[in-house]
Design a protein around this ligand. Structure first.
Ligand SMILES: Cc1cc2nc3c(=O)[nH]c(=O)nc-3n(C[C@H](O)[C@H](O)[C@H](O)COP(=O)(O)OP(=O)(O)OC[C@H]3O[C@@H](n4cnc5c(N)ncnc54)[C@H](O)[C@@H]3O)c2cc1C
Length: 428
């Protein structure tokens, strides 16, 4: 293992050691009843970042509570490598404990209702929380009812999405490991916009990389609900035609309509039926369910429009929405990196508004997504987005971004370093 890769893995596995020191500091933190209250729902890429930065920048003036239903943060980025077996769940899991050092109170619970009038959030188990500002970053929830046959728990346990990293990642890995040599792994991609444009193509590479060594007579079929590859087409196509030649087949214009668990068959709007041994279905999805309850979903019953200077909902005052849940600006990806950027702009804006300061009138966001084509080599796509006051949206800055020329180990090292850096930015 080279040095930079070892550094990434150390940073993750060493996190619990750091927590012990931080917990000592956090226990000394005092709370002040007069503080303004910011409640954040969802401790993923957007919410954890917003909570940490609101607490750091708000100092004693702001009381920050983060509500998260899971015990620890599990990263979707790099989770495709867990499917291929080159990384473990431990490699992509980071505890929430270090946030306490910044004064963030982390409550493990599920937000079940938002009363925007009374400015309260009800939790599944604990007492309700009142807020001056509420930040929602609940990620995505799936429209299972848009695919016939996905309506039972059994069907959903058969046709896994693994599009939220966690138990489904482990379960899908098991399905791939149990697949016969000569079997078919198929992945279906919903129509854009969906979470992580390059993610499904990275997954195809990862599964094919594993199958090439473990079950070389097998195949990976990509059923894309879109007319073409949605991100880094030349780079992914090069991987499929070169190192993974003969293993991966890409089929555009395949909108999945039905699945049949008895026969393991996929049906499409216009194409022929296909049988698969493992059928990885990424259903159409939209803003997380709590956004629906809060009344902030405004587009297609799916996404939430926000004021891009503050990320405040265009519909419900004092509720800010971040990350994958929002109706994105032109060419803005639904990515973890972008959610992290939303989190910082929203944290700064919330503090400014609560303390009577001016809101930054010209925020700039950046994005970089690394996709691994095997266990070591990666490609990336990057962009920079500037707020345009006339159009009230973010526009990509001409010439600011780009993609890798080729997949390489150096890019892979950068990709692991990116993960370590962003987890540290959110959760250390
Ligand atoms: C396979 C895969 C690979 C990816 N690779 C990359 C990549 O390389 N780079 C990149 O930038 N992005 C990548 N992404 C995309 C990235 O994961 C998402 O864009 C990002 O997670 C969005 O952040 P978020 O805060 O909106 O949602 P999330 O990170 O999903 O966080 C939402 C959190 O809210 C919690 N939650 C939801 N509802 C409630 C509730 N009611 N009460 C309490 N808690 C709640 C959830 O448990 C979760 O922790 C990838 C995604 C996938 C699936």
């Amino acid at each position: 293992m080279n040095r930079s890769r070892r550094r990434v893995l150390q940073a993750v596995t060493l996190a619990p050691l750091c927590d012990a020191a931080i917990a000592g500091r956090a226990s000394a933190a005092t709370r002040n009843a007069a503080q303004l209250r910011v409640v954040v729902v969802g401790g993923g890429y957007g919410g954890a970042t917003a909570a940490r930065y609101a607490a750091m920048w708000g100092r004693d003036a702001i009381d920050v509570t983060l509500v998260e239903r899971d015990a620890a943060f599990v990263s979707c980025p790099l989770s495709n490598l867990v499917l291929a077996g080159s990384k473990s769940m431990a490699d992509i899991t980071v505890p929430y404990t270090a946030l306490a050092a910044h004064g963030v109170r982390v409550i493990r619970d599920t937000a079940v209702h938002v009363d925007a009038g009374r400015r309260r959030v009800n939790l599944a188990r604990g007492p309700s929380l009142s807020y001056d500002r509420l930040i929602l970053s609940p990620g995505i929830d799936f429209f299972f009812d848009r695919i016939n046959g996905l309506d039972t728990d059994r069907a959903r346990a058969t046709f896994l999405h693994a599009w939220h990293a966690g138990p489904q990642t482990i379960a899908l890995r098991r399905q791939i490991e149990a697949m016969r040599d000569g079997g078919v792994f198929a992945i279906s991609i919903p129509r854009a916009p969906y979470r992580c444009p390059p993610g499904p193509y990275e997954r195809a590479c990862q599964v094919a990389w594993y199958l090439k060594r473990a079950k070389p007579r097998s195949k990976v079929l990509i059923f894309d609900g879109n007319e073409d590859v949605q991100s880094e087409k030349a780079l992914f196509t090069a991987a499929w035609n070169d190192a993974l030649k003969g293993l991966v087949e890409y089929r555009p214009d395949h909108v999945l309509t039905d699945v049949d668990a008895a026969t393991m068959t996929a049906r499409f709007e216009t194409a022929d039926d296909v049988k698969a041994d493992v059928l990885n279905v990424i259903p159409p999805h939209g803003a997380g369910a709590i956004a629906r309850d809060a009344g902030v979903i405004t587009v297609n019953d799916q996404w939430c429009e926000v004021d891009f200077l503050t990320f405040e909902s265009l519909k419900v005052p004092r509720i800010h929405v971040l990350g994958d849940s929002i109706q994105v600006a032109p060419l803005m990806p639904k990515s973890g990196h972008m959610a992290n950027q939303h989190g910082k702009v929203a944290a700064a804006a919330v503090i400014a508004e609560l303390t009577g300061q001016p809101v930054n009138p010209a925020p700039v966001l950046n994005n970089a997504c690394y996709s691994f084509v095997n266990d070591r080599e990666a490609v990336h796509i990057a962009s920079v987005h500037r707020y345009d006051a006339t159009q009230k949206t973010y526009l990509p800055i001409d010439g600011s971004g780009g993609v890798s020329p080729i997949a390489s180990e150096r890019e892979g090292d950068y990709g692991f370093a990116w993960a370590c850096a962003i987890w540290s930015d959110m959760l250390s």
